[in-house]
Design a protein around this ligand. Structure first.
Ligand SMILES: [Fe+2]
Length: 527
């Protein structure tokens, strides 16, 4: 049994700088926190006179009547109510777009983006957002959008909230510090931040230039996936999610509050910071999570599980078992399996798949997909490992690949950068001679003039009995029928002996070719 163990190593990457921020542990808990002692009312939510002269304000993330297990709401105790602001005015949307996405026609082709350059001019988090795509409709609160941000300036007196969706943010370069109404959540590359719909916040960049991915969830909030037969542990463990403790800005100064509302950006002026919550309690709160804490589960026998096994968070749709969004990661992990191709299988999927790369190399793409880049495979767009990755995995799986290449073709048809052995010959004639002498068998696939040249080389050598090795022609969809008809014509006219037809095995498919080769080569292998 091939243990097929691949050491990908434990991910020991940690940000060089870490902040001494305090957090509360758990996902979706009923948290409680106060930045000033006694600011949180006891035994009631909205007393007539809240402590310290604060204002009680409820933020409802679900309908009042949502079932208890779905209900998300938080009570805040703040210096001023959120309603204190000037009227909103429309501002430029920049490169932010929202569903429905009908500006341009969507393509069923596979799409890939290079990393967004870090801007030269001062650009904050909101101004640095570029929308790549999405689906659904903000107005009906269904679907999602995928964005990338690239920014180099912290927000100081500019704040934002997104009424259109919950924000799942993954920095890829530089930390992002989300200073929110409910406290501070900081995410480094390799961590996620999850900001509930409508939460007011600003983004500081402690490392300067920063870039990352944003999933904007128009639908039902993300939550931990059910574990089913896995039991009560595994994947993302609830205690590894960290919610902030209360922290506030007691700032009287001109501030701007940006709202993303029904697909557009609006701005309202106010004379104080909207981040003025001194105490809060509830389960509608931001959080962060270190993806290195994800307990990956995979096969210990054969075949790949569906990639849903790597779901960190999921946002259900109205159809049971069918998510509006599955947030899935492919973290560093060991792969154990027998007779199993390491990169994912080729497939087509009803779900559209948007992928980013925080660091490392993606299993199925050896090159061309770099950290900060992105890919999108829309509904039923066929995709899978690229040819080079396939070849690498095949050789790693024990396939013995040897290429013989004439010098002049070295640059026109370069060998794959795999473990395959490549022999460079001075000319085509030497290459053919080496192939004839070193091969155990010959397989002809549909091809052009070079293929026909080699086909007749082998056939002629076999007819002259200078070659006795198996010769298989893969006649896919009758490609070689005219050639075989020509051979019959040749023998019927007496220009060749009739037994040339017995020199080759005509098979209809690659599978049949392998079966035939196994049968023909088996006695030799056993001898
Ligand atoms: Fe896929």
């Amino acid at each position: 049994m091939d243990a097929n163990v691949k050491a990908k190593g434990k991910d020991t990457h940690k940000p060089e700088q870490t902040s001494a921020l305090q957090y509360q542990s758990g996902f979706g808990n009923q948290f409680a926190s106060e930045a000033v002692a006694g600011a949180l009312p006891v035994g009631r939510n909205s007393p007539q006179k809240p402590p310290h002269g604060l204002f009680a304000e409820l933020i409802s993330g679900t309908a009042f009547t949502a079932p208890r297990h779905e209900n998300r709401r938080t009570w805040t105790y703040r210096i001023k109510p959120s309603v204190v602001h000037r009227p909103y005015q429309r501002i430029d949307n920049g490169l932010i777009r929202s569903a429905p996405f009908d500006d341009v026609e969507a393509t069923p082709s596979q799409l890939r983006w290079s990393p967004l350059p870090i801007p030269q001019a001062p650009t904050d988090f909101v101004a640095g957002i570029v929308t790549l795509g999405g689906n659904g409709n903000v107005a009906t609160q269904t679907g999602m959008a995928a964005h990338i941000y690239a920014a180099n300036a912290s927000m100081t007196d500019r704040y934002v909230y997104d009424a259109d969706g919950e924000l799942l943010i993954l920095p890829q370069q530089g930390r992002a510090r989300f200073v929110t109404e409910l406290g501070v959540v900081e995410a480094a590359p390799g961590e996620l931040a999850l900001l509930p719909r409508g939460l007011r916040f600003k983004v500081e960049l402690p490392d300067g230039p920063s870039r990352g991915y944003i999933c904007e969830n128009y639908g039902t909030a993300l939550r931990l996936p059910e574990l089913g037969p896995l039991g009560s542990n595994g994947l993302a463990n609830p205690r590894d999610f960290l919610a902030p403790v209360a922290a506030f800005e007691d700032k009287e100064a001109p501030c701007t509050l940006v709202a993303k509302f029904q697909g557009n950006l609006w701005a309202a002026e106010m004379q104080h910071s909207p981040l003025n919550v001194v105490a809060w309690h509830g389960n509608f709160a931001p959080c962060k999570y270190d993806l290195a804490r994800f307990m990956a589960i995979g096969t210990v026998s054969f075949d790949h599980p569906d990639p849903s096994i790597y779901s960190v968070l999921t946002a259900p749709s109205d159809t049971p078992g069918t998510a509006n969004i599955d947030f899935v990661i492919f973290p560093p992990r060991w792969l154990v399996g027998e007779d199993t191709f390491r990169p994912p299988w080729y497939h087509r999927n009803i779900m559209s798949e948007f992928m980013g790369l925080v660091r490392g190399v993606y299993d199925a793409k050896a090159e061309g997909f770099v950290p900060g880049g992105a890919s999108l495979h829309n509904t039923f767009a066929a995709h899978g490992p690229d040819a080079e990755t396939f070849a690498r995995a095949a050789t790693a799986g024990g396939a013995n690949v040897k290429g013989i290449l004439p010098e002049f073709l070295k640059h026109l048809e370069p060998p794959l950068p795999t473990k395959e052995k490549v022999v460079i010959t001075p000319d085509l004639q030497t290459r053919k001679a080496m192939m004839l002498s070193q091969s155990d068998a010959f397989v002809v696939l549909p091809g052009g003039l070079g293929t026909l040249d080699e086909y007749f080389e082998v056939l002629t050598s076999k007819q002259l009995k200078v070659l006795g090795k198996p010769f298989v022609v893969v006649n896919i969809e009758g490609y070689f029928d005219p050639l075989l008809a020509l051979l019959r014509q040749i023998t019927s006219h007496g220009f060749a002996r009739p037994d040339i037809h017995d020199l080759q095995h005509i098979v209809p498919s690659a599978d049949a070719a392998i079966e035939t080769l196994n049968r023909l080569l088996q006695p030799q292998l056993q001898s």
